[in-house]
Design a protein around this ligand. Structure first.
Ligand code: ADP
Ligand code: ASP
Ligand code: MG
Length: 815
């Protein structure tokens, strides 16, 4: 014999009742006649509660009663043959009339006791179980509707009554014996006290009804049929990647449900555990899926924890004071006081100094708890041995649960790392001595982010998701999107990483999609669906979404975004950028950005500030952090200048080479913007700062390539004329180089705390002698690389390599 319990969503509509019937019919054909326990139709218990509470306020319940009637009547019309409908309507009408009388009483008296409330909400289960039994009777003539209120006996704690298991089991067994061969359809949730008054078992209590029946009859299994594939690793409404667990122990299921996994009501585990009856959670809408078995052993899994659960709204009360130190009876007095007043304490932590106790309660109980404490400890408060209790609201509890945690060190480390990295502040921590659970209290605003980040941290065989907000969709931005798309499968299969671009903006439009913007059709979507771009809104939206593993990518070259980096770090979001401006303006800003990022535990990566995708910034950083000492850095970091001098050989005139470089698109519209060397200077400045120098742009000794007349020319055309006039100056330089078999190079140098950039002639032994095209090159002479320097060389410009560098930074920032 099995007990099958169907929850609200499984009886919520004609379609779902049909799914339920299919499940029953399939078993019936194989001779199975389980006991079926039913909840109220989905939403009905809430509706009844609201009607009762509003009636007490004098608000009419008429429209709600109509809604209630129509929910049930619609199903009658859809699922009961016309000739059989009348008696069903009649009985439902009787229920509804009784209900109306009760509500009218509440409305007249403006008084709602918890006893009346239980009686009122009991109609939800009575109507639904009655209705389903009548629908079922069309297929199974031996169907019998059972009001379990007469079989489950409780105390008189209305709303959350305590069950007398012994007596109830006896009554259940007796009833079943007296009704052999019947197919029982039983109300969930409701019971009665010694006086026969209706009580209820607490919200979600139909699961408990099923377990009580299962234990009484020593059932083969208690099946909880609901609308998900079982107990999942986390609440699927909060964590999209949650997946069903095949096996849980009773304790694990208890802990998960106690800390918020609504799928099963925690007390359900007790009778099942006592009689060793397995509980199986299954999906009415996916009946072929095996679901979750809850049994004695927890079963082995490859994951160190089973699941993560959470209570969305919790209040924390902090009691502190010198009077508590060494006072053995203090906490006893405190907690028995609260227990006596039926205030449920969700979690307790006490500091080892015994100076304070922090405990969490449901928000509805917080004020009452505070007042109770103030009354009970009035004398201690007056004597200043105790501080007035302080309530903190808008908090949540997150708990990781699993029996395997006991044998696995580092679990709390992993938890706190995931929280810390995402900037989530932990207000209080509690670990059960059983080590089945570690719970933390965090701000409610962070809950969704925390759940997802912690889920990613523990279920690592699953893909980790990076959430990217990208600014700038020009050459580099669009190339990055293409590269991300091309690399998607590789990252998934080899790195278990999924990159979602969840926000993008250019100067005209911006677009958001938490599920990830399509990287195939982003351009059309941005144009057609995008909102008008606004940098402030873009950033505040990114902050509000509060997504885990979030990275801001600045693929622009403008100053505006860099003004927001600090704020972004302060919201614990990493920044990846090819934009040089932030790093090359004042040293104070450079320093502040790093300090802020470090303080918030986030990354600031800008490999592409120097030499595009070439590993220069990273190499310097690795040298520095591993304890090497920089003696000298020499570099050619302007692809344009590099190209020009590589081609300024033989018969070529300087004028023609510059002209050609411009024609090939290697220069800025005004080639002097390259030839002045300011961009190069910025790169040298960043490298100098990264190597530990506190220096400003004005400290860089920037040698000129061009004579003053060329620099001063009014237009680009005039500039070219001046270049021609100065041909002799350049030719002299070239001839000298040729004569000495040397090459002209514009070289940046960092040595003895000084940075300079100047034209030089280098001989063939110099590592910069052989340089082709527009290559960049940098040589690091250090304590370790003293004999021969460490050289990095290669193409240092172009959208393909720059986007590639941004991509690599992105992967490192998400690591
Ligand atoms: P029923 O009406 O069938 O009793 P409930 O609404 O009480 O169903 O419980 C099922 C719901 O619990 C699911 O739809 C899901 O949204 C929610 N839930 C929360 N946490 C979990 C979890 N860890 N695993 C499965 N479901 C969960
Ligand atoms: N109908 C009740 C509730 O909504 C009991 C249950 O569904 O388990 O809480
Ligand atoms: Mg439920």
């Amino acid at each position: 014999m099995k007990i099958l319990k169907f929850g609200g969503t499984s009886v919520g509509s004609a379609e779902s009742i049909n799914a339920l019937l299919d499940i029953l019919k399939q078993g019936y054909e194989q001779g199975e006649k389980p006991i079926v326990v039913l909840s109220a139709m989905s939403g009905i218990t809430n509706l009844l509660t609201k009607m009762a509470e509003e009636a007490e306020q004098g608000i009419s319940f008429g429209p709600a009663l109509k809604e209630l009637e129509s929910r049930h009547f619609t199903v009658v019309k859809q699922l009961i043959q016309i000739k059989n409908q009348n008696p069903v309507f009649t009985q439902l009408k009787i229920y509804l009339n009784e209900l109306e009388d009760l509500l009218q009483g509440v409305l007249n008296l403006r008084e709602l006791s918890s006893q009346s409330k239980d009686l009122i909400v009991s109609y939800g289960e009575r109507c639904s179980a009655f209705l389903v039994s009548k629908i079922a009777a069309q297929y199974f003539p031996e169907s019998l509707f059972v009001e379990a209120s007469s079989l489950i006996k409780t105390d008189s704690n209305f709303g959350n009554a305590r069950v007398d298991l012994q007596q109830s089991e006896l009554l259940i067994r007796q009833f079943v014996q007296e009704n052999p061969g019947k197919f029982l359809f039983v109300t969930g949730f409701i019971a009665s006290n010694v006086n026969g008054r209706i009580t209820t078992l607490g919200r979600g209590g139909s699961d408990y009804t099923a377990a009580i029946f299962g234990a009484a009859l020593q059932a083969e299994a208690i099946e909880i049929w609901t609308d998900v594939d079982g107990m999942l690793t986390a609440d699927p409404r909060m964590v999209k990647k949650a997946f069903p667990l095949p096996i849980l122990s009773y304790t694990e299921a208890m802990e998960l449900s106690y800390f918020g996994a609504k799928v099963i009501y925690p007390p359900t585990m007790i009778p099942a555990f006592m009689k060793k009856v397995p509980i199986v959670i299954r999906n009415t809408f996916n009946p072929s899926f095996p679901g979750t078995i809850i049994q004695y052993d927890s079963g082995r899994t490859s994951y160190p924890i089973k699941g993560i659960s959470s209570i969305n709204a919790i209040s924390v009360i902090n009691v502190s004071g010198s009077g508590m130190i060494g006072k053995a009876g203090f906490s006893g007095r405190l907690f028995s006081l609260l227990a006596h007043e039926q205030i449920n304490i969700v979690l307790i932590t006490q500091s080892s100094s015994e100076h304070s106790i922090t405990f969490a309660v449901h928000p509805a109980d917080a004020l009452r708890a505070k007042h109770l404490i103030e009354t009970e400890f009035e004398l201690e408060l007056l004597a200043k041995k105790l501080e007035p209790p302080v309530i903190e609201n808008e908090l949540s509890v997150l708990a990781i649960v699993g029996e395997n945690m006991k044998q696995t060190p580092g679990m709390s480390g992993r938890l706190f790392h995931a929280l810390g990295r995402n900037g989530i502040n932990v207000r209080a921590i509690a670990q059960g001595s059983s080590e089945y659970n570690i719970s933390v209290i965090i701000s409610q605003a962070d809950l969704s982010k925390a759940l997802n980040a912690v889920h990613d941290a523990f279920f690592t065989a699953l893909k980790k998701t990076l959430h990217v907000f990208n600014l700038g969709t020009g050459n580099i931005g669009s190339t990055l999107f293409r590269q991300l798309l091309e690399q998607e499968a590789f990252l998934r299969d080899n790195n278990d990483i999924q990159v979602k671009v969840v926000g993008m903006s250019n100067s005209r439009k911006m677009l958001f999609d938490v599920e990830g913007i399509s990287l195939t059709s982003w351009q059309t979507e941005l144009d057609s669906k995008g909102e008008t771009a606004c940098l402030e809104t873009f950033i505040s939206r990114m902050q509000q979404l509060n997504l885990p593993n979030c990275i801001f990518v600045d693929n622009t070259a403008s100053e505006e975004p860099t003004k927001h980096y600090l704020k972004i770090f302060e919201s614990n979001i990493s920044v990846v950028t090819c934009n040089k401006i932030a790093n090359s303006s004042s040293y104070a800003q450079y320093k502040q950005l790093r300090d802020t990022a470090r303080r918030h535990g986030v990354d600031f990566f800008y490999e592409t500030n120097v030499g595009a995708g070439l590993p220069i910034v990273r190499t310097l950083k690795d040298l520095m952090t591993s304890g090497d000492r920089i003696i000298r850095i020499e570099a050619i970091l302007s692809g344009t200048i590099s190209y020009i001098f590589n081609n300024f050989i033989g018969d070529a005139s300087f004028h023609d080479v510059v002209k050609k470089a411009q024609a090939l698109g290697y220069t800025e519209p005004d080639p002097r913007d390259d030839l002045r060397g300011t961009d190069f200077m910025r790169k040298m400045l960043i490298l100098a700062r990264d190597s530990g120098l506190a220096i400003e742009a004005k400290d860089v000794d920037l040698g000129a390539i061009l004579p003053k007349t060329c620099l001063d020319a009014a237009s680009v055309e005039d500039f070219y004329l001046e270049l021609q006039k100065e041909a002799a100056y350049f030719d002299t330089l070239k001839e000298k180089a040729q004569r000495e078999n040397r090459a002209i190079r514009y070289i940046g140098k960092l040595e003895d705390g000084k940075v300079s950039i100047a034209l030089e002639l280098v001989d063939e032994k110099h590592p910069f002698f052989n340089l082709s095209g527009s290559d960049n090159v940098i040589s690091f002479t250090t304590e370790r690389y003293k004999e021969r320097p460490l050289v990095v060389k290669g193409p240092g410009a172009g959208s393909e390599v720059t986007a590639g560098g941004v991509f690599a930074d992105l992967m490192n920032a998400g690591a």
